[in-house]
Design a protein around this ligand. Structure first.
Ligand code: GCU
Length: 672
């Protein structure tokens, strides 16, 4: 299948100012010549320079001796140094007619090379470059929810490019995928769905290991570790044992043997990701054991080989009674894991979803991040737009992730915002970082909607450097994706930067979430989850709506936050308005800070949201002839779908609350 290269298309730049620095170029590699990483870095550089600037590299030289390399006056020089950098960090320097890329490891050189390419592709000057970078997070990992039949759970961009008919796919796309994600600093990937069923349970066995090795080797050449989601009940399902009790000797031996076998075939294997005791998946609870028992058992099998065990905290009661106002799904991650703080081995990492529910367009930050002090953590976000428009509606998610990273947890005095907790800085932990449930598939453009490749790009860049702004990331992506044209750049930037708030306007209001069609999670259905077992309610009645999660009268969820956050959320006057209905039951005639009543706010935002989509679609229309026609047509078609989705949301939400409340729209607009 044919496909494009997203931000690695390397569009030509006609008037690049520093071309002379790059002429008569040579690449000197003061490192192991036969290293796959170095070979890949050099090939990438060659490809990029050829395509962007039409420069052909005329010679390549391999120099072992650092002093000799130092004497070279012209060219791009990749050199291993011994400087105060993290393993993956790099230095980028321009001195006269040479550009130095230095790092302590080959992986660092690869990132330095991609950084240089990015600058050139963006048309940035490379004169006077003097850059030193280290990644903020050690683990920057993608989670693919790909199934072995080729389908993708919550996939909105075609089928899997890893699996088909229970077989592994290893082809050109495997390498291009590795190039794409390595270029933005991603260093690990889990290729199969967290819901491990059927043949996927056997990925850890000889049935698949040889082919996996081929894949892992390609990844390794780009500094990417291969991880697998494993089935906690594998000892039963494929091992012939009668239990998967983590304290059972036979079970322990089974996993030890299984892991030993994996590493004998794939020495670079990263480890396992586990979804256990969650939404019907097996886990330690069956045997009266804790998550720590389960995770540590697997972690100990991985430990001798340097492997990591990532354990998800998405554990909650999915058999709730909607009549029950006390049980609160939002509380679940904290309630399930807080008592286990400090009980996990050091190669166990808890992977926690950004919010307490499930990737809604607006949620507060999970309080678990601010509560665990002796546990490695990974922040899990979802680039796959399950609840944010499914890659039919444009929704650039970096502004949301930035807000999460900036949230101050007050876990420790002196600053403990999420970015520092998940980077391991706050509590001096090494095995920490960020994960994204990714949005890719085998569609021509990888992500279904051309504009949301920016989320994949942005996840990589943000997990490398959490201080980058949403705008900078968007600009970078645009400059590398589209041809040089300011009109295009400005229009796309504007669309991306407002897209999340536009999506929020026409969907569920003020943090309440859900209101989607059950199962598919696309499209409006206000009561879709209201009388169901999933613990996801808006509690609207004739007087008002929202879930009371206060300590005083509600579910007590607010009490899971540290002060002063707890008090801030407890009082509706100080609760951030965008989360008001998440934390409080509010009457329709309650006045918001804008002076509007809640009901008027709902009407207004829903009318506005649709107008905003119309405006975005129009702005895109203005780019006809300026962007490639296939991209133009694809994105236009998505805007059409988005507009009809937005109108449906507007009319159903407004009508629903008009009928519930009996309150008129002050502006007298059409409500049905
Ligand atoms: C959501 C999603 C599921 C997924 C689950 C998870 O519930 O709808 O498809 O399996 O999250 O994160 O494990």
């Amino acid at each position: 299948m044919n496909y494009n290269q997203c931000w690695l298309n390397y569009n030509p730049i006609s008037n690049y100012p520093d071309k002379e620095v790059l002429s008569d170029i040579a690449i000197f590699t003061g490192v192991n010549k036969s290293s796959a990483i170095i070979e890949n870095a050099v090939n990438e550089l060659e490809l990029a320079l050829k395509r962007i600037l039409n420069i052909t590299i005329n010679r390549q030289q391999h120099i072992e001796d650092a002093k000799q390399a130092d004497a070279i006056q012209t060219g791009i020089i990749l050199m291993i140094t011994n400087s105060e950098l993290k393993d993956e960090g790099f230095i980028l320097k321009q001195e006269g007619n040479r550009i130095l890329i230095q790092a302590n490891t080959e992986q660092g050189l690869l990132y330095g090379t991609f950084d240089l390419i990015r600058r050139i592709a963006q048309g940035d000057r490379i004169k006077e470059l003097d850059i030193r970078q280290n990644p903020k997070n050690n683990i920057r990992i993608l989670n693919h929810w790909d199934n072995m039949d080729g389908s993708i759970e919550r996939g909105y961009s075609g089928k899997s490019f890893f699996f088909e008919n229970e077989e592994l796919l290893v082809n050109d796309r495997t390498r291009d995928y590795a190039r794409l994600i390595a270029s933005v600093g991603i260093n690990a990937t889990v290729i199969n769905n967290v819901n491990v069923r059927g043949a996927a349970s056997e990925l850890v066995t000889d049935r698949y290991l040889d082919k996996l090795r081929t894949m892992a080797d390609i990844f390794e050449g780009y500094g990417i570790k291969l991880y697998l989601s494993a089935n906690f009940a594998a000892p039963i399902e494929i091992g012939g044992l009668s239990v998967s009790d983590p304290l059972d000797k036979d079970v322990i031996n089974w996993w030890d043997k299984c892991v030993r076998n994996i590493y004998s075939k794939i020495p670079s294997f990263g480890g396992f990701l586990i979804k256990a005791d969650s939404e019907g998946r097996p886990g330690p609870f069956t045997y009266g054991r804790t998550h720590a028992d389960g995770a540590n058992m697997l972690a100990r099998a991985l430990k001798p080989y340097g492997g990591l065990l990532i354990w998800r905290c998405f554990v909650y009661n999915c058999q709730q009674d909607w009549r029950d106002y006390k049980t609160d799904r939002a509380r679940a991650a904290y309630d399930n894991f807080i008592g286990l703080d400090g009980k996990f081995d050091d190669n166990v990492i808890l992977q926690i979803k950004n919010g307490p529910m499930d990737f809604q367009v607006r949620e507060p930050v999970s309080p678990l991040f601010g509560a665990l002090k002796n546990t490695n953590m990974i922040l899990e976000v979802q680039a796959a737009q399950e609840y944010t428009g499914q890659q039919r509606d444009v929704c650039y998610l970096i502004p949301m992730w930035k807000e999460i990273l900036e949230f101050e947890t007050y876990s420790k005095s002196g600053g403990s915002k999420i970015s520092n907790i998940v980077s391991g800085n706050t509590y001096n932990q090494l095995n920490c970082g960020m994960a994204a449930v990714t949005n890719t598939g085998n569609d021509y453009n990888w992500t279904g909607h051309d504009l949301v490749a920016s989320n994949l790009y942005g996840f990589g860049r943000l997990s490398w450097d959490t201080e980058l702004s949403s705008e900078q990331i968007a600009r970078e992506w645009i400059l590398q994706t589209f041809p040089q044209d300011e009109r295009v750049h400005n229009a796309v930037l504007d669309i991306l930067l407002k897209s999340w708030s536009v999506y929020e306007k026409y969907t569920s209001p003020l943090g309440i979430g859900w209101m989607v069609n059950p199962h598919s999670h696309y499209g409006v259905n206000v009561d879709g989850y209201e009388y169901d077992r999933w613990g996801t309610y808006h509690r609207a009645d004739r007087d008002g709506m929202g879930v009371d999660r206060t300590v005083k009268n509600g579910t007590g969820y607010v009490g899971q936050y540290n002060e002063p956050n707890a008090s801030m959320y407890e009082n509706k006057e100080t609760c951030p308005e965008e989360l008001l209905l998440f934390f409080h039951y509010i009457r329709y005639d309650y006045r918001l800070s804008s002076g509007k009543t809640l009901i008027q706010h709902i009407y207004d935002t829903h009318f506005e949201g649709v107008e905003d989509v119309i405006k975005m679609a129009k702005d895109w229309e203005g780019l006809k002839g300026l962007v490639a026609s296939d991209i133009y047509e694809r994105v236009s078609a998505r805007f059409e779908m988005q507009l009809s989705n937005a109108k449906e949301w507007r009319d159903r939400v407004n009508t629903y609350f008009y009928r519930k409340s009996g309150k008129n729209d002050e502006k007298g607009r059409k409500i049905y």
